[in-house]
Design a protein around this ligand. Structure first.
Ligand code: PMV
Length: 358
């Protein structure tokens, strides 16, 4: 597939109005994407667990209009929101060649998240994928007729142009994004479902998101990605991501917890190591992030649990563990980790099956 394959052909303006609605989950990367080229092309491949409970729900009402300027309103959690508009404007500019009807309609975009807005959980992946899926459903209502595969690929392709990692939120349970030798059909343009048989050890995997710091990040991912240009360790890091993904593919099939933990924790710390060795350098972890990591290591050593952690571009800690360990890990979280969470807050999530039309 190339970019050309995603351009809506033979589009004729018609005067249909309507409403579409999607809910799309967040995702957590196991092998991290950090560094991108022009047009949101990743410098290295990544793989993520699609989540289940942390979702964005977006309803788009479209009405035929005159004139060719973009026209849209954003209503976030019931209130008109101006702050989200520039990001959506940029998204529309990037995708208009693929969905030319967006200049012919006014869009009322009503959106909300199932997780608290100021939780430090990025809503760009779930938000952009929900919006991309709404555009795809409108495209269908205007006459396009697609296979499920093409629909998902184009939705992921559009979502990527909104926010890179959003392209991994369309399907579940594991999604690979970025061209890499070990995964056939992998692409830099969109995410694909990991198609190997996932070992039962990794099915229904749990993710407890410990909210260490709910504030705005001091450095956005957009800026962070850019700092990988000319970064002294960038090339080696990009190679490492290919190797880690190839090995993780085997691990997910064989059920090897030990290597899973090593790869996933190393990826998380490497992501933050890249931030700490950028110029300018920055640190997104907080003292409590490190306290939690040390507690997890201690608990694993003492109990033989298969618990591990990963990090996003922020201070929050994703605690990953097998379904079978739910009881004992949640007990541990309550007794030992909640004290490090801001206002004692954490979110219980798990691997999910992808976005849903409602
Ligand atoms: O999708 P972006 O541009 O916000 O980048 C997110 C990158 C990480 O979350 C840090 C890693 C990843 O692969 O999701």
């Amino acid at each position: 597939m190339t970019e050309q394959d995603f351009i809506l052909k033979d589009y004729k303006s018609n005067s249909k109005n309507g409403r579409v609605k999607w809910e799309s989950p967040s995702n957590i990367a196991l092998v991290k994407y950090w560094g991108k080229r022009e047009n949101q092309i990743p410098e290295n491949p990544s793989i993520s667990f699609t989540l289940s409970n942390c979702k964005t729900i977006t309803e788009v009402t479209y009405t035929k209009k005159e004139g060719s300027d973009f026209s849209f309103d954003v209503i976030f959690e019931g209130e008109k929101n101006e702050a989200f508009k520039p990001k959506i404007q940029t998204f529309f500019e990037r995708v208009e060649i693929y969905v030319p009807f967006i200049r012919d309609y006014h869009f009322k975009i009503e959106t909300s998240n199932t997780f608290p807005h100021s939780s430090g959980i990025a809503s760009s992946a779930s938000g952009m994928s929900a919006l991309a899926l709404c555009l795809m459903s409108i495209e269908e209502e205007l006459g396009a007729n697609y296979s499920e595969e093409y629909f998902n690929q184009k939705a992921s392709f559009l979502a990527r142009l909104g926010s890179g990692s959003a392209c991994r939120s369309v399907e579940g349970e594991l999604v690979v994004w970025g061209n890499t030798k070990s995964i056939s059909d992998s692409s830099d343009l969109f995410g694909i479902k990991f198609s190997e048989n996932i070992h039962p050890n990794f099915q229904n995997y749990q993710d407890a998101i410990l909210l260490v710091d709910k504030g705005e990040k001091q450095v956005s991912s957009t800026v962070g990605h850019k700092l990988m240009f000319g970064h002294p360790f960038a090339q080696k890091r990009f190679e490492q991501a290919h190797d880690n993904l190839a090995e993780l593919k085997e691990v997910l099939v064989s059920g090897d917890y030990k290597r899973f933990i090593e790869i996933v924790e190393s990826e998380a710390l490497t992501l933050h190591a890249m931030m700490m060795t950028s110029m300018p350098y920055f640190i997104l972890m907080k003292p409590n992030t490190l306290q939690i990591i040390n507690k997890i290591w201690e608990f694993r050593k003492q109990t033989g649990s298969n618990i591990c952690f990963t990090l996003d571009a922020g201070a929050n800690v994703h605690v990953l563990f097998p379904d079978a360990e739910q009881e004992k890990v949640y007990e541990f979280i309550k007794s030992d980790l909640v004290a490090y969470c801001q206002n004692g807050h954490y979110i219980c999530d798990k691997v999910g099956k992808g976005a849903q039309k409602s």
